[in-house]
Write a protein that binds this ligand. Structure first.
Ligand SMILES: Nc1ncnc2c1ncn2[C@@H]1O[C@H](COP(=O)(O)OP(=O)(O)OP(=O)(O)O)[C@@H](O)[C@H]1O
Ligand SMILES: [Mg+2]
Length: 476
């Protein structure tokens, strides 16, 4: 307690001595024999508490305390007063200018307890202030971090940066322009890394919900047992450990967009419950009797062929029909070669500006290799490849020697070891499968696009399927 400074004030030397004696063991004590002297001390150094006699020649105790407020509003103000003078102090006490009055004759013990309580309170006030300042700082930091992350995510997925040149992508965007303003569910299909999430964010940002939240949820990454509470929330006490209620993804996304990523991976139980929400827009938190209405736009994605999964019984047919209202298929990158170059250039520029490397360019050989590689990881793989090359590059042209082995080898493999017949077979297989994908698996349409009859297509497909099934697929 020695770090607290106490100022005692009394005009009578004997009383002053008694006051000093009462506190000197516990605190750092300063003394003054008049109000004026006390103010001088207060101006010179910080003091935690004043204990003053009321009746003094010149300045009274209460007057001193009132003046002290101007110097330090927080100071503890205690006045010692004769029993008959209490009336005069009532107003000062009521307006908070005096913390406490003690009537004379006072007991050292009482006075010590009073002061200790007041100091404890003062300490709490200071501690609270410190904590709120710290909290404010932490909040400020979190807010800044949050903004930074948001801007990074936005920059990363800046939907205006959907880069394309191919007809396939142009058609997708024109198709999207018709659906973005509605609340229709959109199903985005495509291989891994083709840009399904990018398209989902594009839909959200072009919709009337753009100012609301976009919540991406990976349906395959949520433990089966937790799925219901994660999606629909729970009320307090719904199960052991549910010490507080919690909102689920649907409620969090209210008025915004919920992106159900990898919906093909959703466990069966969840599929049933999702279907129910899609049907009536009502959710029921775990442990609650009352359904709640939500206004959520759904965009779902899958890299599996959902129709096929449905036929195999892995995905509920009724749910499939619900989400297959407006379906978009993003072709793999190898099926839209025209996009390779603009994408590579875009990723190169973005990375170069991040690393402050100027005037980089893709060499024609590099572009050739890129355009002829089959990109199993699609745009994401191209993005990683280009970023890696930019990191390694010293400047100038990005030559093929910077290309990673798998990408270079992927292209060379077919050239060196395979016979012409095998290569033609491989090319035919690719063209057929890609065209089928682009035509949403519609065989007549695909056959027309390939310039062969439907029957020929079916025969060829059967052959391809036998090769794939027997494990002789040399494709990937
Ligand atoms: N047309 C495009 N223009 C610019 N960037 C693209 C384009 N398509 C994809 N990308 C980028 O490629 C990366 C992969 O895209 P995204 O995550 O949207 O793919 P995805 O289909 O959701 O993949 P997965 O199935 O693996 O989740 C992202 O960094 C994305 O910004
Ligand atoms: Mg994704």
């Amino acid at each position: 307690m020695k770090h607290y400074k106490i100022l005692v004030v009394d005009d009578e030397p004997a009383n002053l001595q008694k006051l000093k004696r009462a506190f000197v063991e516990e605190y750092h004590v300063l003394s003054a024999c008049s109000g004026e002297e006390a103010l001088k001390i207060l101006r010179a150094e910080p003091v935690d508490a004043i204990i003053t006699d009321q009746k003094m020649p010149g300045m009274s105790g209460v007057e001193l305390l009132e003046k002290s407020i101007g110097l330090n509003a927080e100071i503890i103000r205690i006045v010692l007063t004769g029993y008959t003078e209490v009336e005069d102090l009532i107003e000062a006490i009521n307006t908070g200018r005096v913390y406490k009055y003690i009537t004379k004759p006072w007991e050292p013990m009482n006075l010590r307890i009073t002061l200790r309580k007041a100091l404890e309170q003062l300490e709490l006030t200071r501690e609270n202030r410190r904590l709120s300042a710290e909290l404010e700082k932490v909040n400020e930091k979190l807010r800044r971090e949050n903004e930074l992350l948001k801007s990074q995510v936005e920059a990363y997925f800046e939907p205006d940066n959907i880069i394309y040149k191919s007809r396939a992508m142009r058609e997708i965007l024109s198709l999207l322009s018709r659906v973005v303003q509605t609340d229709s569910t959109v199903l985005v299909q495509g291989e891994t890394g083709t840009g399904k999430e990018l398209v989902a964010r594009y839909i959200h940002q072009k919709s009337r919900r753009a100012n609301e939240i976009f919540i991406p949820v990976n349906c395959g990454a949520i433990a089966k047992e937790l799925a219901e509470s994660e999606f629909f929330g729970h009320v307090k006490g719904a199960f052991t450990g549910a010490t507080a209620g919690k909102k689920g993804f649907f409620e969090m996304a209210d008025r915004g967009t919920l992106f159900l990523d990898e919906i093909g991976e959703a466990p069966q139980d969840l599929q049933v419950k999702l279907l129910r929400v899609f049907e009536d827009s009502l959710i029921q938190p775990v442990g609650s009797q009352k359904p709640r209405e939500v206004d959520v736009r759904i965009v779902a994605s899958t890299n599996r062929n959902l129709r096929e999964e449905t036929e195999k019984g892995n995905f509920r047919q009724d749910l499939f029909y619900r989400i297959n209202v407006f379906s978009i298929y993003i072709p793999p990158l190898r099926a839209r070669k025209e996009d390779v170059r603009p994408l590579a250039e875009y990723f190169m520029r973005r990375m170069a500006s991040q690393l402050n490397k100027k005037s980089l360019q893709l060499s024609p050989e590099t572009i050739f290799i890129f355009e002829n590689y089959h990109w199993p990881g699609n745009v994401r793989e191209l993005e990683n490849e280009v970023e890696r090359m930019v990191i390694l590059a010293d400047g100038g042209l990005l030559m093929p020697d910077l290309i990673s082995d798998p990408v270079r080898a992927g292209r060379n493999k077919a050239r060196k070891s395979d016979s012409l017949k095998e290569q033609i077979g491989e090319l035919e297989k690719r063209m057929i499968l890609d065209t089928l994908n682009t035509c949403y698996q519609n065989k007549s349409q695909a056959a027309r696009a390939l310039g062969i009859s439907r029957q020929t297509l079916i025969t060829k497909l059967r052959k391809i399927q036998t090769i794939i099934a027997s494990g002789n697929d040399s494709g990937q």
